[in-house]
Design a protein around this ligand. Structure first.
Ligand SMILES: Nc1ncnc2c1ncn2[C@@H]1O[C@H](COP(=O)(O)OP(=O)(O)OP(=O)(O)O)[C@@H](O)[C@H]1O
Ligand SMILES: Nc1ncnc2c1ncn2[C@@H]1O[C@H](COP(=O)(O)OP(=O)(O)OP(=O)(O)O)[C@@H](O)[C@H]1O
Lengths: 217, 217
């Protein structure tokens, strides 16, 4: 059974603890602020007050026994960096760190952080896409060139089946699911008749998706 | 052409401004902290120092002419709430707000916020899934019961084609794309021979995806 610890109980770290608890996983919640620690006393398996830049404190917590530690210290970039260094030096296998900006990211990379996370920046990219494309209900980046988008079925598309629409031939995109009446149809869906208010989940290259949005919807 | 404004230039609001600028959209960047405003002077179309809880300041900025305003004030929940109230009363059509917690979310809902965003919490859910499932490379929630996951092709699956694997019949999941050699194959992909290191992008109901992960990969 893997041992998890979260250092820094802000919105990100705190949500990770809550999710672990909900999934039935044990987690040690660590923060230097006693109020935060108390907030998680009944959520995490253990909630401990400690300053993670204090090597002795980390040793006392037995941090080297943890398989996976998440560092979610925000504003104090130097503390986040020092904590990451100490964790990797202690031999923790997986250290995932929330980064504040590109400089923070570069330093963490050099220190061997196993994964660097930018929650606000990644969500901002998604929100910017949603705001600027009227027809997109949701947008998920798969790679630099491919995405998955959700678009609503308008009167233009309603009454047709996917076979009739033939999105693959016309736009090079694939409709992988249809959200209809609070349900998601995954497959086979070629003969489903589209209704206004349905949502198409479409995968493809960004330029093809853009064309589909503008001409096909 | 739509007019966008962002109030609060933290990591989330600041990234929205940078993304709008990159996409070629005009945006007004607003913050009460002059240092933040100066940071965005060369990024946003306009960068203005203002306290968004000051109704006169909002009127002076012509805020009612904006089609879409994003409120990304973090720690100061009361300022975020008051700002949202003032924007909706000023008649701004779309007000999207970053929320700190569930209480903040409920109040924003009552005030008519058009979309409420939880970047850190949503990313935490995704990270918790990734950490606890060894085989999942990425995970995107489509709804309460459906997700898209990315799993690596192991020696167990290598050498076969999707037709041979027949994931749809065995697990009720759909493989919608294959990441192979830095490329993404969207379709048709039934006869592609899987190689170790390839990544399968799979859509399905969560319970079916869990079964596929445990037995099929
Ligand atoms: N050296 C440290 N040791 C332990 N905890 C720390 C240390 N430095 C900061 N913290 C804790 O990290 C938590 C998160 O920090 P902060 O609120 O600055 O981050 P944040 O990035 O704004 O958080 P989020 O965006 O996830 O809400 C705080 O509760 C703080 O007490
Ligand atoms: N009343 C206000 N008017 C204008 N700007 C404000 C107001 N209150 C706060 N701000 C600004 O909002 C910005 C973001 O606030 P803060 O850093 O607390 O949020 P945050 O949620 O931690 O940000 P993020 O997670 O996006 O980095 C700050 O730059 C702050 O100056």
């Amino acid at each position: 059974d893997k041992q998890f610890a979260v250092i820094g109980l802000g919105r990100f770290g705190g949500s990770i603890c809550k999710e672990f608890a909900k999934m039935g996983y044990e987690v040690m919640a660590i923060d230097r602020d006693l109020e935060r620690v108390n907030e998680y006393a009944n959520i995490a398996t253990q909630a401990v007050q400690a300053n993670s830049t204090d090597e002795k404190a980390l040793v006392a917590l037995g941090i080297r026994n943890f398989d996976h530690v998440i560092v979610s210290i925000g504003e104090d970039i130097q503390s986040s960096i020092l904590t990451t260094l100490l964790l990797k030096e202690a031999g923790v296998a997986k250290v995932w760190v929330k980064a504040q900006n590109d400089y923070h990211h570069k330093v963490l990379e050099k220190l061997g952080a196993d994964r660097i996370i930018h929650p606000e920046r990644d969500m901002a990219l998604r929100v910017a896409q949603l705001i600027t494309s009227d027809k997109i209900i949701d947008f998920i980046e798969l790679s630099n060139e491919h995405s998955i988008i959700e678009v609503g079925v308008t009167t233009k598309l309603a009454g047709q089946t996917l076979t009739e629409l033939d999105v693959r031939a016309k736009y090079g995109c694939n409709i992988v699911a249809i959200k209809q009446d609070n349900d998601i149809l995954v497959s086979p869906i070629a003969d489903v008749v589209l209704k206004p208010g349905d949502v198409l989940v479409v995968i493809g290259q960004n330029k093809d998706l853009a064309r589909f949005q503008h001409e096909g919807v």
